[in-house]
Design a protein around this ligand. Structure first.
Ligand code: SF4
Length: 211
């Protein structure tokens, strides 16, 4: 079955099936996806570059569980609409995420562990699945530490024996907004972890308290 035509949405109107895409396109690439809106531009861009793209969901940082599910369900719908093959990590490793960031909850410091957890697992999945390379939608956000993501991704790739693909997806940030609106995707108001939710909604001037 071909892609559903969407009026006004560029790039996804072509009717190739996933199977025919795989035949037409070149190397297989595994794309770690943090949420559907951030996946919009990278999927299109990577396909333009000739990759046969598959998505990978693994985000134990997202808090609370209902928010995790809301973002995941939005991606289930979107992946179907753009015919993106997906690998879904089962379960919810939130306790492990909290253990890793315990004692280093400050913004940026905790993010390094958050990136490492997700990209290490993506690299492992890419290697196990015989992908030529992997990358992440985290590279599109101007709110993320892109240099750190690249460094951690490259290290994870070296350790797993699979290449980390880097491109500055931030060039597609405006297009991400346009596509998200066109597809009517759920757009969250905070990054994901409980700390980022608190930072988003805390009273002005409030600081995190340590025991
Ligand atoms: S702010 Fe975002 S990247 Fe940083 S630890 Fe929280 S969820 Fe992870």
């Amino acid at each position: 079955m071909g892609a559903q035509p969407l009026g006004g949405v560029k790039g996804f109107e072509e009717g190739a099936s996933p199977a025919s895409r795989q035949e037409e396109q070149g190397e297989r690439l595994l794309l770690h996806i943090c949420c559907a809106p951030c996946a919009t531009y990278p999927i299109r861009r990577l396909r333009e570059l000739g990759f046969a793209v598959s998505g990978y969901w693994y985000n134990p940082n997202i808090h609370p569980w209902q928010e995790h599910e809301r973002r995941r369900e939005c991606l289930v719908d979107y992946a179907g609409r753009v015919e993106l093959p997906m690998i879904w990590q089962p379960g919810y490793e939130m306790p492990e995420f909290l253990r890793r960031v315990a004692g280093r909850e400050a913004f940026r410091q905790r993010c390094a562990f958050c990136y490492e957890m997700r990209l290490t697992e993506t690299a492992r999945q890419a290697r196990a699945g015989g992908f030529a390379a992997f990358t992440t939608t985290l590279l599109i956000s101007p709110y993320q530490e892109q240099g750190l993501i690249r460094e951690i991704g490259e290290n994870a790739g070296r350790a797993a024996g699979v290449a980390f693909f880097f491109e500055n997806f931030r060039q597609g940030w405006a297009e991400r907004g346009r596509l998200s609106k066109a597809y009517n995707l759920y757009r969250q108001s905070y990054c994901g972890c409980l700390y980022s939710e608190w930072e988003r909604y805390r009273p002005k001037g409030d600081e995190m308290q340590s025991p």
